[in-house]
Design a protein around this ligand. Sequence first.
Ligand SMILES: C[S@@+](CC[C@H](N)C(=O)[O-])C[C@H]1O[C@@H](n2cnc3c(N)ncnc32)[C@H](O)[C@@H]1O
Length: 230
Amino acid sequence: MFSFLRSLLEWPWLLLLNLWNHFYTFALWLQEVRQFYRYPPLIKADLLWMLDYALSSPFALSRKATQKEALPEDLTVYGETPWTTLETLCKDVGLNQEDLFVELGCGTGRNLLFVPLMFACKAQGYELVTRFVDKLRWLLHATQLDSSVEVFCQNWFEADLSQGTVFFLVGTCYSDEHLQLASDKLKEVAKGSRMMTVSWPLPEAEFELLQTKELAFSWGKGTVYIQRRR
Ligand SMILES: C[S@@+](CC[C@H](N)C(=O)[O-])C[C@H]1O[C@@H](n2cnc3c(N)ncnc32)[C@H](O)[C@@H]1O
């Protein structure tokens, strides 16, 4: 009885929070429009992405896949990096056409549409949720980016990361055990690789800290660590 009453009281707050988040993500998208909607390929990519997710939101798809495919819950918590944030980070690490940008957990792959169009580099993405990968393959084909971007439906903990030069990882909700696994795995990247990790830094002994930044994400402000493999 007591817990029923408590959950009844929590409902209005949850609704308010949800509403606030919709306004906040809409404001982030307006900033993207202001900054990037002068580039027709980016407009096309964004509109196709929206069309692809018009009937089922990435949040709902990710939740469904986590339950149905018994994926680890801490790994598959969904959130998005706005293009404005990503552009800042890519400029900070000097991303250029010689680079291979690797997104460790690429979600819907919206960032993988942005990076080759803005920075003319090749990109790779790893993702556990099969539906995201299927949809992304269609998007890459529709935007003619399939020769620039490779996507793998697999756990990046088991991937060969030796070719990447710039890595991006949102591991905000990773459990301590997965954080340890991720840190150990990332020691395999080539010397000089630039790493951008959200919420936690890689061990200083192997990765030199270049910069720390507070930037906007779909869930609010997050700290990004920019490091270089020693
Ligand atoms: C918080 S979302 C971030 C999506 C995207 N990187 C962005 O910043 O907009 C994390 C995504 O990474 C995926 N993911 C997490 N751990 C993974 C792993 N070990 N291997 C492959 N995908 C993973 C999740 O399924 C989820 O879609």
